[in-house]
Design a protein around this ligand. Sequence first.
Ligand SMILES: [Zn+2]
Length: 109
Amino acid sequence: MERRHPLQTHSWADDDISQQVTQDGEIIFYRRCARCGRDFMRPDSGTGWHAAYVGVVRIEPLADSVTRQWVTEDCPGRLLTNDCRSRTTRQNRSLRENGGRRHMTVKRC
Ligand SMILES: [Zn+2]
């Protein structure tokens, strides 16, 4: 029996579909294992999969209706398709009115 490649032993979130972001003008694919939480990235330039840290660079509030739902519901225990739609309700309003900053840089450990 042929041994699987170690990367094929992970349990990828999102049904084995790589997420895609554009960072510094370059397309980067990334994926996270739902079991061990390891993140991996693959630059579109084709240098293979790298271990990665996925940092949060910006936090945006969603629509008030989504907030009302999410803060009053128990954890659904799984990813919900509806939540993906909810995430498209990002608001463009600035958080400065609350003294917050719209763009945040998170310290890395
Ligand atoms: Zn894993």
